[in-house]
Design a protein around this ligand. Sequence first.
Ligand SMILES: [Zn+2]
Length: 118
Amino acid sequence: MTNDQLQAMRDLRAEGYAVIIWTPEELRGASVNRVQDRSIELGHQVIDDLADPDFDRPPMSQEEYLNDGGSTCPFCGSEDIESFNPQTYTNIAWAACECNSCHKDWRDEYTLTGYSIP
Ligand SMILES: [Zn+2]
């Protein structure tokens, strides 16, 4: 395998593709087409076993998040979330948030509602 081919494989993997290469030595004379067809068939079973069940699940709506008080992850519903690095700009504020369960991130957004005298 050439360095360009290896780099192309690394690039695909970096983009999230699963890339499997069987060398002619590993195939030991087996039909390339039959190995590919069977690998794809078995690969679907492996993916079904390993896939993230929440992969296609849309995040909760803005209304649901507000009703929940921003206390759960909008992607998976976990309460194991962290908020950090609050910042403000004129009448808005935001804070970075991260879920310790599904590792997705988002920002909480706040608006100025008034002032108080301590
Ligand atoms: Zn989550």
